[in-house]
Design a protein around this ligand. Sequence first.
Ligand SMILES: Cc1cc2nc3c(=O)[nH]c(=O)nc-3n(C[C@H](O)[C@H](O)[C@H](O)COP(=O)(O)O)c2cc1C
Length: 382
Amino acid sequence: MKTRITEMLGIQHPIVLSGMSWISVPKMVAAVSNAGGLGILATGPLDAAQTRAAIREIKSLTKKPFGTNATLLFPGAAENAQVALDEKVPVINFSLGKGDWIVKAAHAYGGKVIATVVNHKHAKRAQDYGCDGHLVTGHEAAAHGGDATTFCLIPTIASAVDIPIIAAGGVADGRGLAAAIALGADGAAMGTRLMTTRESPLHDVYKQLSIEKDVYDTLYSTRFDGLGCRVLDTKAARKAVRESLNLKKMIEALPNSVDIAKQLHLPYLKLFVGVLASGWKNARQLAFMANAFKAIRVATEYGDLSAGVLPVGQCTGLIKDNPTVSEVIERTVKEAEEVAMVLARKARIEVAAPAKAPREVKPRAAAKAKTKPRKKAAPAEG
Ligand SMILES: Cc1cc2nc3c(=O)[nH]c(=O)nc-3n(C[C@H](O)[C@H](O)[C@H](O)COP(=O)(O)O)c2cc1C
């Protein structure tokens, strides 16, 4: 299947593994890229040295194009993006910030830059400062989807920009990929679907839950990590949303932010003072993030059901098995091509239908009709 995204990124299939913290690790990224898609490394939980090591590991596992992400709002994200630029990573995906400096540096070595956006104003702005494509995340998505659903958001952004679009949020099979393309996208990113695959490091407890749960079994709230975030509906997730950032959670954020500082190898005092100096709103957001990071990590790594919370999209309800990455990619593309053929057949029926209606009077027939007196209509029977 060839689209503007496959052409631009030099990949075989228009399918992307989005950057999911603790899931989009080097082996997953390489598995997706080797299967003909584009794997994107999640750098959120990594410091600069770990990001460099992860990029080099991916390079040792695949010769195909791959990407790295950077959530610019998070501490350490700009440093990680800089490492990716130094390592000349083919595709850099950024979110929650202005990536004009990334565009400039990536274009200097021929890299491509994809901005994650959830509204057409940001999409337009990112196109104007030179981004090569967009990853557009609809409301159904795991974690931070936009306010509008994929079904409405993709056409809105496709009408606002000229650069290629990757649709994210709700795509778990070929029907979703075909629909995304029909809506104006040039490919699709799959988070939730690819998270439940054999190569995924997600703990088996949550893989099983992802298979069992339905499309209704997610919660979307700003009370988990301070931003609109979609997670799997479990007892622990309900508790986290109920408690939000109450006093107890504020206090818990302190040791959790020490963990983050350790993980990112940032001096804690510097992080703490920096966060306080950046204002109450930012400090509150980072306290939320400190708690959320911990809950997501214990879910993905340890399968913890009592304290763990897992971002999951509504398409979890479409997932019924735990195949390999290449099986997911191959069958998604095959199914999307079949859907396209079915649509073409349906469309032909639609086109054929009006042909049965009274034919248009052609000029010659019309001329005849003028010269020949019309027969009187027979009186209606009965
Ligand atoms: C476990 C998990 C962790 C995620 N972590 C991140 C992250 O660190 N940064 C980010 O931009 N998106 C993150 N996401 C969101 C995905 O990148 C992607 O936008 C989303 O999964 C797409 O929707 P879908 O799940 O319906 O396919 C995460 C998603 C999941 C399931």
